[in-house]
Ligand binder design. Structure first.
Ligand SMILES: [Zn+2]
Length: 89
């Protein structure tokens, strides 16, 4: 099962849920910062990360699309996310 990512308020989050293979990031983080946080959690799980983006233990790229869907606060943020996705394509 692949790792998935969700967002939650920082006071209630559990960064890694091994049963569900879900990484939870604080919901106030924005594009590049949330990607860094995601990579930090993955590295703690001993999953080697490439120079950019984030990958699952199986080598598949993890995209932060959930974040875009949940928090379309500004077009700038979406552009940032698109850059992250394109960069890894
Ligand atoms: Zn996977």
């Amino acid at each position: 099962m692949c790792i998935s990512v969700q967002y939650a308020p920082i006071d209630s989050l559990k960064p890694w849920d091994a049963d569900r293979q879900v990484i939870t990031l604080p919901d106030h983080l924005t594009g590049a910062v949330s990607l860094r946080a995601l990579r930090a959690v993955l590295l703690k799980l001993a999953i080697p990360q490439p120079e950019s983006g984030a990958v699952c233990w199986c080598g598949e790229r993890i995209r932060l699309l959930d974040y875009v869907a949940q928090q379309q606060r500004s077009s700038e943020l979406v552009t940032e996310q698109m850059k992250v996705i394109r960069h890894g394509a």
